[in-house]
Design a protein around this ligand. Sequence first.
Ligand code: SF4
Length: 211
Amino acid sequence: MSDTQAAQELERLAELASTCTACGLAATRTNVVFGDGSTRAQVMFIGEGPGRNEDLQGLPFVGAAGQLLNQLLSEIGLQRSDAYIANVVKCRPPGNRDPRPDEIAACKGYLVDQIRLIDPTVVMTLGNFATKLLLKEERGITRLRGRAYPWWNRIVIPTFHPAAALRGGASVLASMREDFALTRATLDGRPEPRSEPEAAGHPVEQLELFG
Ligand code: SF4
Protein backbone atom coordinates (compact mmCIF):
# COMPACT_ATOMS: atom_id res chain seq x y z
CA MET A 1 0.00 0.00 0.00
CA SER A 2 1.36 3.43 -0.92
CA ASP A 3 1.79 6.24 1.60
CA THR A 4 -1.09 8.09 -0.02
CA GLN A 5 -3.40 5.10 0.20
CA ALA A 6 -2.49 4.54 3.85
CA ALA A 7 -3.17 8.20 4.66
CA GLN A 8 -6.52 8.08 2.85
CA GLU A 9 -7.51 4.91 4.65
CA LEU A 10 -6.59 6.44 8.03
CA GLU A 11 -8.68 9.49 7.18
CA ARG A 12 -11.62 7.24 6.32
CA LEU A 13 -11.25 5.40 9.63
CA ALA A 14 -11.05 8.65 11.58
CA GLU A 15 -14.25 9.80 9.89
CA LEU A 16 -15.92 6.52 10.79
CA ALA A 17 -14.76 6.78 14.41
CA SER A 18 -16.01 10.36 14.71
CA THR A 19 -19.60 9.12 14.88
CA CYS A 20 -18.91 5.75 16.54
CA THR A 21 -21.39 4.58 19.16
CA ALA A 22 -20.02 1.06 19.60
CA CYS A 23 -19.57 1.44 23.35
CA GLY A 24 -20.98 3.47 26.22
CA LEU A 25 -18.18 6.04 26.14
CA ALA A 26 -19.92 7.65 23.16
CA ALA A 27 -22.56 9.04 25.50
CA THR A 28 -20.22 11.24 27.52
CA ARG A 29 -17.45 12.24 25.10
CA THR A 30 -17.04 15.70 23.61
CA ASN A 31 -14.79 14.58 20.76
CA VAL A 32 -13.47 11.26 19.53
CA VAL A 33 -9.69 11.36 19.84
CA PHE A 34 -8.66 9.14 16.97
CA GLY A 35 -4.92 9.83 16.74
CA ASP A 36 -2.34 12.34 15.63
CA GLY A 37 1.00 12.47 13.83
CA SER A 38 2.79 11.16 10.80
CA THR A 39 0.91 8.43 8.99
CA ARG A 40 4.26 6.87 8.04
CA ALA A 41 5.88 7.20 11.46
CA GLN A 42 8.68 4.86 12.49
CA VAL A 43 7.55 5.15 16.11
CA MET A 44 3.96 4.83 17.28
CA PHE A 45 2.84 5.55 20.84
CA ILE A 46 -0.22 3.93 22.36
CA GLY A 47 -1.66 5.43 25.53
CA GLU A 48 -4.71 4.51 27.56
CA GLY A 49 -7.49 6.93 26.69
CA PRO A 50 -8.17 10.64 26.26
CA GLY A 51 -8.17 12.88 29.31
CA ARG A 52 -10.14 16.07 29.82
CA ASN A 53 -7.99 18.32 27.60
CA GLU A 54 -7.77 15.68 24.89
CA ASP A 55 -11.54 15.22 24.93
CA LEU A 56 -12.06 18.95 24.57
CA GLN A 57 -9.51 19.42 21.78
CA GLY A 58 -9.93 16.12 19.96
CA LEU A 59 -6.18 15.46 20.04
CA PRO A 60 -4.12 12.96 22.08
CA PHE A 61 -1.52 14.03 24.68
CA VAL A 62 -2.04 17.78 24.60
CA GLY A 63 -1.56 18.55 28.32
CA ALA A 64 1.44 18.23 30.64
CA ALA A 65 1.81 14.53 29.78
CA GLY A 66 1.99 15.49 26.11
CA GLN A 67 4.70 18.05 26.81
CA LEU A 68 6.75 15.42 28.61
CA LEU A 69 6.29 13.04 25.70
CA ASN A 70 7.52 15.76 23.31
CA GLN A 71 10.55 16.37 25.53
CA LEU A 72 11.47 12.69 25.70
CA LEU A 73 11.13 12.46 21.93
CA SER A 74 13.40 15.45 21.41
CA GLU A 75 16.03 13.84 23.66
CA ILE A 76 16.32 10.96 21.18
CA GLY A 77 16.40 13.28 18.19
CA LEU A 78 12.76 13.00 17.15
CA GLN A 79 9.91 15.47 16.97
CA ARG A 80 6.30 14.77 17.69
CA SER A 81 5.59 15.12 13.99
CA ASP A 82 7.92 12.15 13.36
CA ALA A 83 5.72 9.89 15.48
CA TYR A 84 2.07 8.80 15.58
CA ILE A 85 0.11 8.85 18.84
CA ALA A 86 -3.10 6.97 19.60
CA ASN A 87 -4.93 5.50 22.57
CA VAL A 88 -6.46 2.13 23.42
CA VAL A 89 -9.91 3.77 23.62
CA LYS A 90 -10.71 6.79 21.48
CA CYS A 91 -13.28 8.37 23.80
CA ARG A 92 -12.70 9.71 27.30
CA PRO A 93 -13.77 7.50 30.18
CA PRO A 94 -15.79 9.75 32.53
CA GLY A 95 -13.70 11.19 35.35
CA ASN A 96 -10.60 9.60 33.81
CA ARG A 97 -11.57 6.20 35.17
CA ASP A 98 -9.89 3.11 33.71
CA PRO A 99 -11.37 1.87 30.44
CA ARG A 100 -13.49 -1.26 30.91
CA PRO A 101 -12.81 -4.54 29.11
CA ASP A 102 -15.96 -4.22 26.97
CA GLU A 103 -14.94 -0.69 25.93
CA ILE A 104 -11.42 -1.84 25.04
CA ALA A 105 -12.85 -4.75 23.06
CA ALA A 106 -15.28 -2.49 21.20
CA CYS A 107 -12.54 -0.02 20.26
CA LYS A 108 -9.55 -2.22 19.49
CA GLY A 109 -10.43 -2.67 15.81
CA TYR A 110 -9.49 0.97 15.22
CA LEU A 111 -6.12 0.45 16.89
CA VAL A 112 -5.40 -2.71 14.90
CA ASP A 113 -6.07 -0.80 11.68
CA GLN A 114 -3.96 2.15 12.81
CA ILE A 115 -0.97 -0.10 13.48
CA ARG A 116 -1.47 -1.95 10.19
CA LEU A 117 -1.71 1.26 8.13
CA ILE A 118 1.03 3.25 9.87
CA ASP A 119 3.27 0.19 9.93
CA PRO A 120 5.75 1.53 12.52
CA THR A 121 9.10 -0.08 13.29
CA VAL A 122 8.67 0.48 17.03
CA VAL A 123 5.46 0.60 19.05
CA MET A 124 5.94 2.20 22.47
CA THR A 125 3.10 1.23 24.79
CA LEU A 126 2.52 3.84 27.49
CA GLY A 127 1.38 2.23 30.72
CA ASN A 128 -0.43 -0.95 31.69
CA PHE A 129 -3.49 -0.93 29.43
CA ALA A 130 -1.73 -0.63 26.10
CA THR A 131 1.07 -2.96 27.16
CA LYS A 132 -1.25 -5.69 28.38
CA LEU A 133 -3.46 -5.39 25.30
CA LEU A 134 -0.59 -5.89 22.87
CA LEU A 135 1.58 -8.34 24.79
CA LYS A 136 -1.29 -10.24 26.44
CA GLU A 137 0.56 -10.07 29.73
CA GLU A 138 -0.71 -10.06 33.28
CA ARG A 139 2.49 -8.59 34.66
CA GLY A 140 2.49 -4.86 35.19
CA ILE A 141 4.45 -2.20 33.39
CA THR A 142 7.15 -2.02 36.09
CA ARG A 143 8.17 -5.60 35.27
CA LEU A 144 7.64 -5.44 31.52
CA ARG A 145 9.41 -2.19 30.70
CA GLY A 146 13.08 -1.95 29.90
CA ARG A 147 13.18 -4.45 27.06
CA ALA A 148 12.17 -4.80 23.44
CA TYR A 149 9.62 -7.46 22.44
CA PRO A 150 9.45 -8.79 18.88
CA TRP A 151 5.80 -8.47 17.87
CA TRP A 152 4.31 -9.08 14.45
CA ASN A 153 7.49 -8.13 12.60
CA ARG A 154 7.72 -5.03 14.74
CA ILE A 155 9.21 -4.20 18.10
CA VAL A 156 7.10 -3.32 21.14
CA ILE A 157 8.89 -1.30 23.82
CA PRO A 158 6.72 -0.79 26.90
CA THR A 159 7.26 2.19 29.14
CA PHE A 160 5.41 4.13 31.81
CA HIS A 161 2.58 6.47 30.94
CA PRO A 162 3.93 10.06 31.00
CA ALA A 163 1.30 10.89 33.62
CA ALA A 164 3.00 8.36 35.92
CA ALA A 165 6.30 10.20 35.50
CA LEU A 166 4.58 13.47 36.36
CA ARG A 167 3.24 11.87 39.53
CA GLY A 168 6.08 9.49 40.29
CA GLY A 169 9.11 11.73 40.16
CA ALA A 170 12.70 11.17 39.15
CA SER A 171 12.95 7.39 39.12
CA VAL A 172 9.98 6.90 36.78
CA LEU A 173 11.33 9.59 34.49
CA ALA A 174 14.79 8.00 34.50
CA SER A 175 13.22 4.66 33.51
CA MET A 176 11.33 6.34 30.68
CA ARG A 177 14.57 7.88 29.43
CA GLU A 178 16.12 4.41 29.34
CA ASP A 179 13.14 3.09 27.37
CA PHE A 180 13.29 5.95 24.89
CA ALA A 181 17.03 5.32 24.48
CA LEU A 182 16.15 1.71 23.70
CA THR A 183 13.77 2.93 21.02
CA ARG A 184 16.52 5.10 19.55
CA ALA A 185 18.93 2.16 19.57
CA THR A 186 16.31 -0.10 17.96
CA LEU A 187 15.69 2.41 15.19
CA ASP A 188 19.43 2.69 14.69
CA GLY A 189 19.75 -1.08 14.59
CA ARG A 190 22.10 -1.43 17.54
CA PRO A 191 21.58 -3.26 20.84
CA GLU A 192 21.15 -1.20 24.00
CA PRO A 193 22.10 -2.75 27.35
CA ARG A 194 19.31 -3.00 29.90
CA SER A 195 19.64 -1.67 33.42
CA GLU A 196 17.40 -4.25 35.12
CA PRO A 197 16.97 -7.80 33.84
CA GLU A 198 13.45 -7.93 35.26
CA ALA A 199 11.17 -9.29 32.57
CA ALA A 200 11.28 -12.87 31.38
CA GLY A 201 11.97 -13.69 27.77
CA HIS A 202 8.42 -14.04 26.53
CA PRO A 203 6.25 -13.32 24.65
CA VAL A 204 7.99 -13.42 21.29
CA GLU A 205 5.13 -13.52 18.79
CA GLN A 206 1.46 -13.58 19.60
CA LEU A 207 -0.64 -16.05 17.66
CA GLU A 208 -2.99 -13.43 16.31
CA LEU A 209 -2.97 -9.68 16.33
CA PHE A 210 -4.74 -8.68 19.58
CA GLY A 211 -6.58 -12.04 19.62
FE1 SF4 B 1 -16.45 3.88 19.48
FE2 SF4 B 1 -14.07 3.52 20.64
FE3 SF4 B 1 -15.47 5.71 21.22
FE4 SF4 B 1 -16.29 3.34 22.12
S1 SF4 B 1 -14.38 4.40 22.69
S2 SF4 B 1 -17.59 4.89 21.14
S3 SF4 B 1 -15.70 1.97 20.43
S4 SF4 B 1 -14.61 5.17 19.21
